[in-house]
Design a protein around this ligand. Structure first.
Ligand code: DQA
Length: 150
């Protein structure tokens, strides 16, 4: 576990942020979000590392890598939130705080999005704040990890 390092992990289709259903997910790209988090992280004394994959097993492996490399995780598992016990189990192997983020308010959407397996392991869940949700998660982590901020 590396002090002050936060991994921001993103699941399937989030590589298309900015192009995919902008009426739901907005116009910001994942690179925009990564840049905003890096800038905020620098203010808060946190180093961020933003990753994305479209594959469930790859997301599991990214979580395993975070065991050694990160002090906290911000994760938007996207559609796997609603289906993946494997990602939940992987998160149970991580010792630090985990914040689950969804750009959209999943509770206002189709019933199949209302339940997230991941929430059972998350210290906090942020949904419906758009890209700002990632920054709120980072501020919360800074406060939980005692690094100033929120
Ligand atoms: C999402 C919500 C999920 O239901 C959906 O499958 C996504 C994105 C969000 O950020 O709002 O891909 O996690």
């Amino acid at each position: 576990m590396r002090l002050g390092v936060i991994h921001i992990l993103n699941g399937p289709n989030l590589n298309l942020l900015g192009q995919r259903q902008p009426e739901i997910y907005g116009r910001a790209t994942l690179d925009d979000i990564a840049e905003a988090c890096a800038a905020l992280g620098a203010e808060l004394g946190l180093q961020t590392f933003c990753r994305q994959t479209n594959h469930e097993g790859a997301l599991v492996e990214m979580i395993h890598e975070a065991r050694e490399a990160a002090q906290g995780i911000i994760i938007n598992p996207a559609a796997y939130s609603h289906t993946s016990v494997a990602i939940l189990d992987a998160l149970h192997s991580f010792d630090g705080p985990v914040i689950e983020v969804h750009l959209s308010n999943i509770h206002r959407r189709e019933p199949f999005r209302h339940h997230s397996h991941i929430s059972a392991r998350a210290e906090a869940v942020i949904a419906g704040c758009g890209p700002q949700g990632y920054e709120l998660a980072l501020r919360f982590l800074a406060s939980v990890l005692g690094r100033g901020g929120a």
